[in-house]
Write a protein that binds this ligand. Structure first.
Ligand SMILES: *Cc1c(COP(=O)(O)O)cnc(C)c1O
Length: 361
């Protein structure tokens, strides 16, 4: 059996380092907002060539707190891609803002810059872009649109740790870069965790206050805040994992190359372009008979996933929140996409086996 993902196997090479860190934090007697969080924030800032990192409790909270720090008037509009994971949209809803969905490009699966401006109204205040599957969005036109319309730009980097656009890592193009360290992400913790990159010191301070009950000084509360702190233990584990992130990304890129070179042309493969350094959080292909293909692979001992089976506009939770509109490109992606095994725990031999079986479909 070839798993889609195996978190024990993925983390096994780091067990010894984790155990040492666990013991350090345990013995420090300091379990919330201590030296481990401070140290990881500094390391993550350096890794991304950023100005500030604020550790938070999850990826959802990273986007939610970024939007909260902007202080938009209730009912303001925020543009989001129509094929994202629901968390991106929930962060907008939790801030009492209105998500406005814009279709992706069928080539890159990322928000189509050419379709953004037709959705901008006098109420639009921000764009939350998503670097889906580990490929950066097309940043030049997006940055230009944000400048022209005076919009805040938030990058959902939950799938793009270490991915680059024209040599710059995702997360520092906008006002905020929001990261998830959910265990399956390229930089995954051993539980829930997240972080925000922010190059503006004043906005960074606002986010930092919001994550800890709106307080700078203990028991003095300046604003209505949240409890969304990065856990001290998770931060210690993340410091270990961060030193291996480039190695993890390289491994995934190497497996992706096997798929790209050897899968036959019945499968629509991800596009490759020299401006983009892709980290393949997900390696997806598209096929008309996706469900049949998935069943066939399972019969042959290969597990796959679908990201995502139901589009946001078809989710019951978002009924009455998202405008009733057709999103044909998203629907096409949701109907045909299939995610293949591409974990740090997979060997080249396993991927070659997946390719061999797929080419006989
Ligand atoms: C995983 C993910 C999130 C949410 O992260 P959590 O840490 O689970 O809250 C948000 N956006 C995208 C695109 C994701 O893949």
């Amino acid at each position: 059996m070839i798993d889609y993902e195996n978190l024990k196997k993925l983390n096994e090479p780091f067990f010894e380092e984790y155990t040492k860190k666990f013991s350090e934090v345990l013995n420090s007697g300091w379990y919330i907002l201590g030296n481990s969080v401070k140290q990881f924030e500094e390391e993550f800032t350096k890794y991304n060539n950023a100005q500030n990192t604020i550790g938070v409790a999850s990826g959802l909270d990273a986007i939610t707190l970024s939007l909260a720090a902007c202080g938009f008037e209730e009912g303001s509009e925020v543009i989001v891609p129509s094929n994202t994971y629901i968390a991106t949209i929930l962060s907008v809803v939790h801030n009492k803002l209105k998500p406005v969905l814009v279709e992706p490009s069928i080539e890159t699966y990322n928000i189509d810059p050419k379709k953004i401006e037709e959705s901008i109204t006098s109420k639009t205040k921000a764009i939350v872009i998503v670097h889906l599957y580990g490929k950066s969005c097309e940043m030049d036109p997006i940055i230009e649109i944000c400048k022209r319309h005076n919009l805040k730009l938030i990058e959902d980097c939950a799938q793009s740790h270490g991915a680059k656009y024209k040599g710059t890592k995702t997360g520092v193009f906008g006002d905020f870069g929001a990261f998830s360290f959910y265990p399956t992400k390229n930089l995954g913790a051993l539980g829930d965790a997240g972080a925000i990159l922010c190059n503006d010191d004043s906005l960074a301070h606002k986010v930092k206050r919001l994550r800890n009950y709106g307080s700078d000084i203990k028991y003095l509360n300046e604003v209505v805040g949240y409890n969304s702190r990065l856990d001290e233990m998770q931060a210690a584990f993340l410091s270990v994992k961060l030193t291996h992130l480039d190695e993890i990304n390289e491994h995934k890129r190497c497996l992706a190359k096997l798929y790209l070179q050897n899968l036959n042309s019945d499968f629509i493969k991800p596009v490759v372009h020299p401006d983009y350094f892709d980290v393949y959080h997900i390696f997806n292909i598209r096929h008309k008979k996706r469900d049949e293909l998935r069943e066939y692979l399972l019969e042959n001992g290969i597990k796959t996933e679908i990201h995502y089976p139901v589009s946001p506009s078809n989710q019951k939770a978002l009924k009455g929140i998202i405008d009733e509109k057709e999103f044909p490109i998203s629907e096409e992606i949701h109907r045909t996409t299939l995610s293949l095994p591409i974990s740090f725990c997979h060997t080249q031999e396993e991927i070659n086996r997946v390719i061999e079986v797929m080419n006989k479909f």
